[in-house]
Design a protein around this ligand. Sequence first.
Ligand code: ADP
Ligand code: MG
Length: 573
Amino acid sequence: MSEQRRIRVLDEKTIAQIAAGEVIERPASVVKELVENALDAGAAHVTVEVKGGGTDLIRVTDDGRGIAAEELAIAFRRHATSKIEGPGDLFAIRSLGFRGEALPSIAAVADVEVLTQADGETGGTFLRLENGAVARQEARARPRGTTLTVRDLFRRVPARRKFLKSPATENGRIAAVVSQYALACPGVGFSLLTEGRQTLRTSGSGDLLAGITDVYGAKTAARMLPVTAEERSWTAADGETAVTVTGMVGSPDVSRSSRGDISLFVNGRWVTSRTLSYAVEEAYHGLLMTGRHPVAVLAITVPPADVDVNIHPAKSEVKFRREPDVFRAVQRAVRGALTAQLPTASVAEPAAPFAVPSTGEVRRPPEPDGASAAPAPRAGTPSFLAALPMLRVLGQVMGAYIVAEGPDGIYVIDQHAAHERVRYDAISARRAAKQPDVQGLLQPGTLELTPRQAAVLAGVLPTLAELGFAMEPFGERSYLVRSVPAHLVKGWDAALRDLLEELGGEEKSRWEEKAVASVACHNAIRSGQALGMEEMQELVRQLEGTANPHTCPHGRPTIVKLERDYLERHFGR
Ligand code: ADP
Ligand code: MG
């Protein structure tokens, strides 16, 4: 217990710091707020520049309506906004901002400069804030619009700074934010410069497919299906809700290892919603393999009075008056888009290559958002031995497990996990010996990346080279791939993409190890794959030779053993 202190109202500085903590969590939050302000100002072009993962510099330039000289300093006061006037307006919000918290919050944790020229003014204004207070204001020329420069983010908040990930990871998150707004507003031209390199540029033509091409590349864009279900409405006891769902969703043969490419915009606002993401995924039921997630860009429009956007400090979550209606609308709209494109039979009765193998779940590495951990060993699971004894393979059961006999009991081996372990050890050994098992591609392949993937790739290139990927930059965000690890000749492209997705949510210190595990996992024997006797014997023999045969590289168990003792006790012998 700390000593009893007198109750008093906190000073403005402390209040500002606390408020800033909710709004500005990391560099990407600054980018989000500044981009939202630019969009609210009616900008046609928005340029974002970042250095040092956003902690050294974030600069957002727009050609919007600007801020009048006499209002500039006020914009940095807490709860100062031009977007609403009173509580009534909270239920009909059409702008992205409305809380008047972003600029003061940013100024509380960084040094800020603004150069702006408002509509109807002849000259521009420059303002500099240090420590949250105005340090300088003067007249300075510039064309219509606003440039906001944020330097030394969190320098005065070391506790915050400590929580940041590597610059590459923070850059990835910033790229994800800019990408989301580029998808939300295809009519605005976005440009992102990361550490001096152009990592994203959108045309701003207004065409969503063009925006998707700019962000995800032409290959993904070519597999997108339009969501044309325009209007859905229900009559409920207390009135009627109209929900419009438009946008594009990926065909089931385009899938990702995380939910990061499901983009949802509610009345133009980028939101995260587990419920609506789930609605999208539900529509793909039976079309995607377990553990795979679709690509979707959906604009959901509801009457402003039917959605509460004032429930989250960063405005990234919303609450619907009738969530079940919105859920249904999204699910039906996406399902409609999918059924319109696929042969009817494959929807009713999923066929290869979309089918979920009936024999069992396809194993995937855990999601980067960390929802799963290796399963906890259940009671009765045998203790893990250091080495495996010689085993005699008896056969395969359930298409997924190898049953073998050892001197002290019966072994049930997960064929996928076992193969992952074998392959992981082989790849690691070859890597240590600097002799990766490489296969040159007859024709060099190209890999087009999203800005976020490109940021991750830059951090993991040396490891990939050690594994056998020979890649060279080829344009802004594409790479020419000349050789790949031998076992990935088929599907190297998907393997790399999955790897970058998985690493995107990981601590950078774990990238190397995770990259090796991911490469080992790809094209490993799957659950559901029938194996011949010799194949099983070979796999078990290789597993016996690994240093740690009892777990796969992701930490899941590979073997369950039924001890002879247990059997004898059980049968009362
Ligand atoms: P909010 O966006 O919630 O109103 P902010 O703190 O983000 O609060 O911004 C305060 C005000 O500053 C805005 O209401 C707007 O009038 C003005 N403003 C901020 N950024 C810009 C910009 N890029 N262009 C024009 N006006 C801006
Ligand atoms: Mg704002």
